[in-house]
Design a protein around this ligand. Structure first.
Ligand SMILES: CC(C)(COP(=O)(O)OP(=O)(O)OC[C@H]1O[C@@H](n2cnc3c(N)ncnc32)[C@H](O)[C@@H]1OP(=O)(O)O)[C@@H](O)C(=O)NCCC(=O)NCCS
Length: 199
């Protein structure tokens, strides 16, 4: 991460992406519990749902701790008023040095409105411009057409691997892609502006 980052809060035209707080547990539980059939085919963790609010508090303490330590960046996706959890996303360092992998899910009753595309475009810019990585990856099952549509729309390159579809965008190829056109504001833990093109 750059000395000014990481980005704790990212505002897009319709969404707020921010570091989870354990107090978000009831909102997260509501988003997941109302979306079980939608999530279970694609998100392995959804097979262990529903969980209690107390279990969600523990999970969000872990996410928050990892975020603060710079170990992993899991974000909640909220509506503009932060009254509802619309989904989850993250910038995960699990693909090795110089790269970050983006994952995402959107609650069932908010799907199909472009929210995953909007949040992924913003996170792509944050990965390159704040975290300073060289490469961003997205992986999904070939049958998951809604998921694959997102990196396709944002200008990622695509290759099939034996296990899944791998989408990659490099810093050198960002310019001119739809992802580069994402409009967002990003703030660090102190609320200082890292990127602001919403003003
Ligand atoms: C995949 C998911 C995140 C997409 O979220 P979303 O906010 O609905 O996505 P968007 O609206 O930004 O874009 C979805 C695109 O997929 C397209 N799409 C949806 N279903 C499709 C289908 N069956 N076949 C082809 N395209 C499809 C939509 O038309 C849209 O593209 P468009 O804007 O060009 O029309 C959401 O459906 C979800 O959470 N699914 C369950 C969890 C999951 O699969 N996560 C990803 C794991 S890799």
């Amino acid at each position: 991460m750059s000395s000014r980052g990481p980005a704790y809060r990212i505002v897009t035209p319709r969404l707020v992406l921010r570091c989870w707080d354990p107090r978000d547990a009831p909102l997260l539980k509501d988003a997941i519990d109302s979306s079980l059939d939608h999530l279970r085919p694609w998100m392995p963790w959804a097979r262990h749902e529903p969980q209690t609010v107390a279990q969600k508090v523990e999970l969000l303490r872990e996410f928050r701790g990892q975020f603060d330590l710079g170990a992993d960046s899991v974000y909640g996706i909220f509506d503009a008023g932060e009254e509802r959890v619309l989904g989850g996303t993250g910038l995960h360092p699990r693909i090795g040095p110089g790269g970050l992998e983006i994952g995402y899910w959107i609650r069932a009753d908010a799907a199909g409105r472009g929210f995953a595309t909007e949040s992924t475009a913003a996170l792509t810019r944050v990965a390159f411009e704040v975290a300073g990585v060289e490469r961003v990856e997205i992986r999904c099952a070939p049958e998951n057409l809604a998921s694959a549509a997102i990196p396709r729309k944002l200008g990622y390159s695509e290759e099939a691997t034996p296990d899944d579809l791998l989408f990659t965008l490099t810093a050198a190829r960002l310019a001119g892609t739809p992802a580069a056109d994402a409009r967002l504001a990003a703030y660090n833990v102190m609320g200082s502006v890292l990127i602001d093109d919403l003003a």
